[in-house]
Design a binder for this molecule. Structure first.
Ligand SMILES: [Zn+2]
Length: 143
């Protein structure tokens, strides 16, 4: 029997944690939910300087973190409710969002034929707000 070269997430005390892909994704997710950077690191059991160090060597992560912070800030400020929107856009996977998303999908499946033109009043206005304001937010910050 051959074993796949699996990386062991050794999370011993005082041991430097590998800030690998799933870890980075988890971190970004927490930030996107409005968690402060230090708290998100603590939550994952990593040093709070680790993500910061990563942004210096990983432009992609740096950009993703920037975006996640904007979303997180919005979540904190506006208290985006837990629902399907939050599940889809903010990738919230809490029980309430997951249920709302599942219910939404079931609903759509039940009413099989999609309306040809407008989708009667189901669109949350905040969806457009977030989609538009995030890039301009970033542009304004960049100057
Ligand atoms: Zn949620």
């Amino acid at each position: 029997m051959t074993q796949p070269p699996s990386r062991q997430p050794s999370r011993g005390r005082g041991q430097p944690t590998v800030f690998d892909e799933p870890m980075r994704a988890a971190y970004l997710e927490l930030v996107r939910h409005g968690m402060h950077l230090g708290d998100a690191a603590t939550q994952l059991g990593i040093n709070r300087v680790t993500p910061r160090r990563q942004t210096r060597i990983d432009r992609e992560f740096a950009a993703a973190l920037k975006e996640a912070r904007v979303v997180g800030q919005k979540v904190r400020q506006e208290g985006v409710p837990h629902d399907e929107y939050r599940y889809n856009i903010l990738k919230c996977r809490c029980l309430r969002c997951t249920r709302a998303a599942a219910a939404g999908r079931a609903n759509r499946r039940a009413t099989e034929d999609p309306p040809p033109g407008e989708d009667g009043g189901q669109v949350h206005p905040i969806r457009a707000v977030v989609a538009e304001s995030v890039p301009s937010f970033l542009l304004a910050r960049a100057s």
